[in-house]
Design a protein around this ligand. Structure first.
Ligand code: TYD
Length: 138
C-alpha cells in the first residue's frame, strides 16, 4: 500500500491487522509504504500515570507516526494554522501521523505503551517547547 496521506495535516492511519481472534494479529509498518518517511528513530514510552499530561511541544522538522501498542492514548493537537483537534489511539493498528509544527498534549490510559516512528534522529534544537513561541510562528 502506498502512503496516500496528507503530509501537511495530522491524520489517523488505519494499518491492516493480519490474523484473526483465534491466533492473534500482526500489524506492519514499512517506511515509505504505509509510513510516509524513512524511519530513523523508534522510541516508546510507558508507565505514565493517568493524571499526567505529556508533550507540550511541537517540532520544526520532525515527522512522526505514533501508535498505542497497548492501552489507549488521547492526543490533543494544534496545527500552526490554529486548528485544534483530538485523536484517540484505541487500537494497536491505528497510527497518528504528526507533521512538523504540530503542538501536542498527550494523555495515557494506565496501561498505555506509546510507540513512535520518527523521521529524524533526536535533536533538542528541533523542539519548540514554549507555546507562545509556537503561536508566534508565521
Ligand atoms: P520528550 O520528547 O520531551 O517527551 P514527552 O513529549 O513525552 O514528554 O522527551 C522526554 C525526555 O527524553 C527529554 O529529556 C528528552 C529525552 N529524549 C531523548 O533523549 N531522546 C529521544 O529520542 C526522545 C524522544 C526523548
Amino acid at each position: 500500500m502506498e502512503a496516500a496521506i496528507s503530509q501537511t495535516k495530522p491524520c489517523l492511519l488505519s494499518l491492516p491487522s493480519i490474523g484473526d481472534s483465534a491466533v492473534g494479529y500482526i500489524t506492519v509498518s514499512e517506511a515509505s509504504k504505509n509510513i510516509p518517511f524513512e524511519v530513523k528513530r523508534v522510541y516508546w514510552t510507558y508507565y505514565t500515570p493517568q493524571n499526567v499530561i505529556r508533550g507540550f511541544h511541537a517540532h520544526k522538522a520532525l515527522q512522526q507516526v505514533i501508535f498505542a501498542v497497548s492501552g489507549s492514548i488521547k492526543f490533543t493537537v494544534e496545527t500552526s494554522a490554529g486548528n485544534r483537534e483530538e485523536f484517540l489511539l484505541d487500537a494497536p493498528n491505528k497510527g497518528l501521523y504528526l507533521p512538523p509544527f504540530t503542538w501536542r498534549e498527550i494523555q495515557f490510559s494506565h496501561n498505555a505503551v506509546l510507540l513512535c516512528l520518527a523521521s529524524e534522529h533526536y535533536d533538542e534544537n528541533d523542539y519548540i517547547r514554549n507555546y507562545d513561541d509556537f503561536k508566534s510562528l508565521d
